[in-house]
Design a protein around this ligand. Structure first.
Ligand SMILES: NC(=O)c1ccc[n+]([C@@H]2O[C@H](COP(=O)([O-])OP(=O)(O)OC[C@H]3O[C@@H](n4cnc5c(N)ncnc54)[C@H](OP(=O)(O)O)[C@@H]3O)[C@@H](O)[C@H]2O)c1
Length: 199
């Protein structure tokens, strides 16, 4: 499985730390050229490699860590998202009417036609996400939700490989709403730094 993180700011770098900690290869990209990201990527770890957006999107699994309003620009970079898994780590504090009344991830998913689309890694502050997820005798929890039931399992496997305890919430508009912003209100599980003792 090839992994990429699109967006190399606070959340992109936090996730890069998680990959580096476990020696898992990951490419990182933003609008800037790879040479501009390379020093920071190298500083995080040898398995973190900066590439152009186009090259990074050759990965099978792509984590979106860009500002919400930029997701369409990322989506436009590929003619088809078929065969890709897209993980939405973004939060959208925007009025519901701007999202056609949909949960933000369902709205974003419309731009990534054909992708297996999962919301995850969005509910923790970047500094918490960057820290070792094995803590207090347990594994830090990440919540995963999707309208495509089959899409969650490989993302849950990735979360486990990174040392997190994945919790499947279900569909975006059902239990997945617990990790969504609704207008200017955070879902109840956002910022909840929870641990699972046994897996
Ligand atoms: N910060 C947190 O604690 C936190 C927690 C949970 C979720 N989130 C969510 O994570 C997302 C990223 O937040 P952040 O705090 O990491 O933001 P950030 O520090 O501003 O980083 C955003 C990154 O996205 C890149 N970017 C912007 N537009 C792009 C485009 N069109 N194509 C490719 N790359 C692009 C930027 O780099 P260039 O300018 O070089 O393109 C930058 O590396 C947001 O949706 C936010 O809601 C943040």
């Amino acid at each position: 499985m090839r992994y990429a993180i699109v967006g190399f700011g606070k959340i992109g770098q936090a996730l890069a730390h998680a990959f580096a900690r476990k020696n898992i290869d990951v490419t990182v990209a933003s609008r800037r050229p790879p040479e501009a990201l390379a020093p920071q990527a190298r500083a995080i770890g040898p398995t973190v490699v900066a590439k152009s957006l186009r090259d990074a999107l050759e990965a099978d699994t792509i984590i979106l860590a860009v500002p919400f309003g930029e997701h369409r620009e990322v989506a436009k970079a590929l003619p088809s998202w078929k065969g890709k898994t897209v993980i939405d780590a973004m939060n959208a504090l925007v009025p519901l009417e701007k999202l056609d009344g949909l949960p933000s991830s369902a709205f974003v998913a419309k731009s990534f036609t054909g992708a297996k689309f999962v919301k995850g890694f969005n509910h923790l502050l970047a500094a918490t996400l960057a820290a070792n997820p094995i803590v207090e005798g347990g594994h830090r929890v990440v919540f995963l939700s999707s309208d495509d039931e089959d899409a969650i399992a490989p993302v849950a496997d990735l979360a486990k490989q990174l040392g997190f305890a994945p919790i499947k919430l279900g569909k975006l508009n059902e239990d997945g709403a617990l990790v969504h912003a609704r207008g200017r209100t955070w879902g109840q599980l956002i910022f909840q730094d929870l641990f699972k003792k046994e897996q």
